[in-house]
Design a protein around this ligand. Structure first.
Ligand code: NAG
Ligand code: NAG
Ligand code: NAG
Ligand code: NAG
Length: 361
């Protein structure tokens, strides 16, 4: 009993002490701050520091100057030093509102591991407020895909023709790209993979070990690429589809003829990129004599071209796969809230974010 009473007394004393301290603190702040400060400035001072002359230091670059190279590059002729190659590789992604916050998390992970890497985001219908937020982030460029320059079917973003054209534009502009789906999270800088680019002739992709290529590719595509599902399966048993999450490319005359020319031809023809009956969802093929078939569009076409040119060697390089695994993860829980870690440069993020806490500004 006595112990309990002591405890209560201690608690009361502590509370009184706390209230007194808090009161004095507020009184002190009110005294120190000259009357001219606005309410917002006062809040800032209270939250951050009581020294109005404090200079804020950011531990990340806030100059918004990505490290890029404008020198032409053709790795089939000459492979430059890795530092130069690194400057050609920009990170590219694209998303709609549905994946917007997941995509901002990707941006944060690029910024964390590659503070001077340029990030291009294709806006496929993101809310203007989030577009504005992205434009304020360090080294981020938000783009809209210019559909008027391409065949009509590219305007249907589901068939992914836009993605091939957009990545091609970036390749021609910078000489390289690392496409990352919004679900990718970088865990290390891209430059670890650079030593593998030449051996893989300028195209690095990984497989999705869940689905065989034939299961998720419309049969008509094989005809257009002058093969058939049966012939393909015979030549490449257990051939998995290329993953839609990561894809690295560098400019070079060999990948140009082997991959890019046929890939662009395919993207320009709706019968090739998305044959009649194609659907992204997992369905049973050809039910009741329809042409319905699961299809992976850009990845279906890319996979067929990779298998045709490189058999299994494009995905069976174990040391490359191990490095890729260390560079980036794919997340499947989409509510990580890691977008909070994104860095701001234009202007640097203030202690109070006026776009969110408007009533404090
Ligand atoms: C890409 O390579 C071609 C030659 O294959 C060259 O003409 C072109 O300038 C290169 N583009 C870039 C951006 O390096
Ligand atoms: C799209 O490209 C066309 C033709 O090159 C050009 O006239 C138009 O201004 C572009 N639109 C946008 C929004 O950039
Ligand atoms: C692809 O793989 C997933 C996961 O194993 C499976 O549920 C789905 O049915 C497969 N799709 C097709 C078309 O076989
Ligand atoms: C296929 O046809 C059968 C019988 O005509 C019908 O019961 C079934 O719902 C059809 N399936 C699809 C996916 O249309």
């Amino acid at each position: 009993m006595r112990v309990k009473a002591k405890c209560v007394l201690l608690l009361v004393l502590l509370t009184v002490l706390g209230i007194t301290l808090l009161y004095n603190y507020h009184a002190a702040v009110d005294e120190e701050v000259p009357g001219e400060l606005t309410r917002r400035e006062r809040l800032l001072l209270q939250q951050v520091t009581r020294d109005p002359n404090r200079v804020i230091h950011y531990n990340y670059p806030i100059t918004n100057e990505a490290s890029i190279s404008r020198e032409p590059i053709d790795i089939s002729v000459e492979m430059p030093a890795w530092q130069e190659v690194d400057k050609h590789i920009v990170v590219v992604t694209g998303f709609s509102q549905k994946k917007a916050y997941v995509g901002l998390g990707l941006i944060a992970s690029v910024q964390a591991h590659m503070p001077v890497k340029k990030i291009i985001v294709y806006n496929l219908g993101v809310h203007p407020k989030i577009v504005k937020q992205m434009e304020q982030m360090c080294n981020v460029e938000v783009r809209r895909f210019n559909f008027t320059n391409y065949p009509k079917h590219a305007a249907k973003i589901d068939n992914k023709a836009w993605k091939i054209f957009a990545l091609r534009e970036v390749l021609m502009e910078y000489g390289g790209f690392f496409y990352a789906s919004p679900q990718v999270r970088f865990r290390a800088p891209i430059n670890f993979i650079i030593p593998y680019i030449l051996k893989h002739e300028g195209i690095i992709a990984i497989t999705n070990p869940q689905n065989l290529s034939v299961e998720v590719t419309h049969p008509d595509l094989y005809g257009i690429l002058r093969t058939s599902p049966a012939r393909f399966t015979k030549a490449h048993p257990n051939a998995f589809i290329a993953s839609e999450h990561m894809w690295l490319a560098l400019n070079g005359s060999v990948p140009e003829t082997k991959i890019w020319t046929p890939l662009l031809d395919c993207a320009s023809n709706w019968r090739c990129i998305g044959p009649h009956g194609s659907t992204w969802g997992d369905i049973e093929p050809n039910v009741n004599g329809t042409k319905a078939h699961t299809h992976r569009y850009d990845m279906s076409a890319l996979s067929l071209l990779l298998y045709r040119n490189y058999y299994d060697s494009w995905h069976s390089d174990t040391s490359m796969n191990a490095i890729l695994k260390r560079i980036a993860d794919v997340i499947y829980h989409l509510d990580l809230h890691d977008y909070l870690w994104a860095h701001y440069c234009n202007p640097p993020k203030k202690e109070i974010d006026c776009s969110i806490e408007r009533k404090l500004c």
